[in-house]
Design a protein around this ligand. Structure first.
Ligand code: SAM
Length: 286
């Protein structure tokens, strides 16, 4: 069964009365070279278990199932069930859970479904929740070996930008706290059905075994990042002092003490400096 073949897809849709739900980010892969590459680069292999987020009609699911010992896929749209029953019929190592990934307890899922196997995440992510899904995968400190996901090109560029560069945003810094992001390859818009208005890219997130930054209140750290980047081209002392109700003079004094210019903008700060900014805020809030 060739699920990248447009006539096969149309036949499946007609047979099972399926139509796309745009708001769920349903752009299905029709370029046959992409799924093997995601699976290969994502570490899909014997002895490995894979989690997929968003099956669509199962094109990547089948690729993962043919390489891995087990695949657990989470799909929100129950309208895809009859199609997946057909497209995944030949695999006895796949389980599709119909649920919202954001509401899914992944720690429990990994424990229950993969019992000790090395686990990877491979997905062509629904674009409307790219950042929340990635942050969920990282924040919950799941025992995952590798995360390899397709996102919109603009998001890939933002996520993979250097912290401390003009392209860096709050999401760049937040992800870099947990992992080293890397852009693997670009996928053009014509590789999807329906074709979106933008190109995509596959990225990998290599989680640090031990976090390289010492932060004992992660919630506060991420709030400091969010506030600092809320006006990222402007001086960060303004939004940060306002949000945390700190006198600006005290904040800038503390920043200077830690080697951060009082006129610094968030996009100029490296990870170490962002951690120093967090320490300044933490100390002043005591
Ligand atoms: N993997 C398929 C492919 O590459 O052709 C489909 C990818 S499509 C970009 C994203 C998929 O995620 C859709 O099937 C959509 O229904 C599903 N989805 C959207 N929101 C979701 C959510 N919150 N939880 C789980 N799946 C979701």
């Amino acid at each position: 069964m060739k699920l990248t073949d447009i006539s096969t897809i149309k036949t499946l849709f007609e047979k099972h009365g399926f139509s796309f739900t745009k708001s769920l980010g349903q752009n299905f892969l029709i370029n046959p070279t992409v799924c093997p590459k995601i699976a290969e680069m994502g570490g899909a292999a014997k002895g490995v278990g894979a989690i997929e987020i968003g099956t669509g009609i199962g094109v990547l699911t089948r690729e993962l199932a043919s390489r891995c010992d087990k695949v657990v896929a989470i799909e929100i749209d129950t309208g895809l069930k009859p199609i997946l029953d057909e497209t995944l019929e030949e695999f006895d190592n796949v389980e599709v859970i119909f649920a919202d990934v954001m509401e899914t307890d992944l720690t429990k899922l990994i424990e229950e479904k993969f019992g000790g196997m090395d686990v990877i995440v491979c997905a062509n992510l629904p674009y409307y929740i790219t950042s929340p899904v990635i942050m969920k995968l990282l924040e919950e400190k799941l025992p995952i070996k590798a995360i390899t996901v397709m996102v919109q090109l603009e998001a890939a560029d933002r996520i993979c930008a250097a912290v401390g560069s003009r392209e860096c945003g709050a999401i760049t810094a937040s992800i870099n706290y947990y992992a080293k992001p890397k852009k693997l390859f670009r996928v053009n818009r014509g590789s999807f059905m329906p074709s979106p208005n933008v190109d995509s890219a596959v990225i990998s997130l290599e989680r640090y075994e031990t976090p390289p930054y010492k932060v004992d209140d992660e919630e506060l750290f991420f709030e400091v990042i969010r506030q600092a980047f809320s006006q990222r081209r402007k001086q960060l002392a303004n939004p940060v002092s306002a949000y945390f109700r700190l006198p600006k003079a005290l904040l800038t004094e503390g920043m200077e003490k830690r080697g951060i210019s009082p006129t610094a903008r968030a996009e100029e700060l490296t990870m170490d400096k962002l951690v120093s900014l967090y320490e300044t805020v933490k100390e002043l809030r005591r």
